[in-house]
Ligand binder design. Sequence first.
Ligand code: GLC
Length: 743
Amino acid sequence: MKLKSIIAAIALTTTATVSAAPPDAEIEKRVDELLSKMTLEEKIGQLNQRSGYGYAPEMVGLIKAGMVGSLLNECDPEVVNKLQRDAVENSRLGIPLIFSRDVIHGFKTLFPIPLGQASTWNPALVEQGAAIAADEASSVGIRWTFSPMLDVARDARWGRIAEGSGEDPLLTGIMGAAMIRGYQGKDLSAPNTMAACAKHFAGYGFSESGKDYNTTWIPEPVLRDVVLPPFEEAVKAGAATFMCSFNDINGMPTNADSRLLRDILRGEWKSDAMMVSDWGSIMQLVPQGYAADLRGAAKAALAAGVDMDMESHAYIANLKSLIENGEANMDDLDNAVRNILRLKFRLGLFENPYVDIKSSRRFYLPASLEAATRAVEESAILIKNDNSTLPLKNGVKVLVTGPMADAKHDQAGTWSFDLEKEHCVTPLESLREQLGKKNVTYVPGLAYSRDRRTDGIGEAVKAARDADVILIFVGEEAVLSGEAHCRTDLTLPGAQSELIAALKATGKPVVTVSMAGRPLVLGDDIANSDAFIISYHGGTMTGPGLANVLTGKANPSGHLTTVLPRASAQMPLYYAHVNTGRPAEGMVLIDDLELEAGQTSTGCTSFYIDAGDGPLYPFGYGLSYTTFDYSTPELSTDEMAINGGEMTVKCRVTNTGSREGAEVVQLYTRDLIGSLVRPVRELKGFEKITLKPGETREVTFRLTPADLAFTRADGTRGAEAGDFQLWIAPNSAAGTPVSFKIK
Ligand code: GLC
């Protein structure tokens, strides 16, 4: 083994040091030169981010005085150029503004919400979607998006689970890195790119009780092994910016947390990304009970490492006096300004500050719509398909019903600020086109997802008489998930379950499609359906994507990136849980309890007497119109040295059905004994492969001790010698384990 590769191998087995792209010496020189010319006021002005609303005189005055560093929410390219001209040509130093926006799952061509995109388990497709979003948004002058959201979430009550990639840190990191590559491209100074923003740093997904903006209690091992890894991947992917979060972690608000924002992000991970606050989050240090007033909040946030103040107006109002009174550190201010100027140089804004109006508004290109359709197809998770109800047979007469069948606005999902709903194609429209209008009867049944009126259900039941198959589109209106939209009851809103049950009673085959912003409690609805598909809000091309899946033009290949719960009250619920001392067994459920049953009659193990235990469907689950077979995993060795060891794992996957299909082959491990108790399974890799009927493909994964590292009882991070199990399987509850050791 050549020396270089030995060094590389050793590097792998120690705590892998993370390093961002090396600083560009030329840019650093230009940053320092410009910084040296800036007055105190101009430095503070760069830290000020405001929300733009047109060419407003008050804003123009601030920009000309150098009192604004960035604007968010201005999306008119003509206005962007006018405001930028005031910054570049009418201010003393001509420092350009960065225009930003929440481009979360597309700008005009809307892809599925991130939870849906993650369900494709296809990073390349997610990267393509981000690149399309960057091309569309940058065409109107947006050069910075507040995406990807990397908050691992294990509680579906939390409305923002919609914006992330689900419950697993490895998958979240891979999907986040794909978005960062898509937004930023190979050269961030290219005018059709956007700076990405790894958010919300950190721990926001652990909001207590699934209630937004709530406190979080995160033990250090969970912080290190679950919450932070996706952000570390974002540094490796070169995320140009980070955003700190609204929450506190164990009582320390992240906006004041220098251990998080400096020691970990800058010290351990060597990131030079720019750190922006969340909207008003510096000001929130006051109601959080950390700062007495806005001045104290500004002081704490600058000291902790928040570079830019989004709409707290804390820095612009207080930093001058704090610096002049020696209460804030000029070096901290200079470093914040450096991080902001570096970003502007990297974006090429000094050379190319204006939008090219001639080529602006590059929206809805055919290739973009095709990619968005594919994302809907690949995000569709086939949960159930009894009697091969799907795909629909040619010439079939269908009843289309349900409040989400023709919901142009609501199919777009949350964070669709720039939605043009007239461009959205609904399932009803696409089914009429693909099956022929005469074969499609449409009766909504309910007017919208929260509709509790049941009088329309009878009309749907009557219409079912003439149908061969009933297609029911249910779910959540867009507004029922996303920021500040948390729910305690995760069942289908309104009378949707009643609609499904009534149509099931007709005896006709029922296909239900759930279009929501979160994992729902769907047990009864799935039981009342012959086939069931989960499609998290699909965006612009929801209709074509779902119609292609329902008619069989596309074979569904989506897989769950969260567990599907049995009951709302199970939350938080996740697959990578520890075993407990009394794992559920011999469950006696509430209806089976005898009168005056004895105290120990339910078996004294870990389950709910009214719900049992575990999810209704496991993390990683998803069916196909074909079937797959997995060989027993073969290990290159069943012993790996803790220093420098490695092993490869092979598995042959065969398409045993009659049509081509894609399978998500997943690698899980379990550390049987740890200095801290360890999860029963953890995802360590996956590969999505497409197989023709009868085709077999050998899938190989490589494992090293670094892949099995965790935060140990002594607080250090690394693997421990001992016994392990490993699965290669189609989901987190399937497969036969094979054993190996680390010596
Ligand atoms: C919001 C969100 C954040 C978003 C920002 C700007 O409150 O928390 O994710 O990027 O404000 O809209």
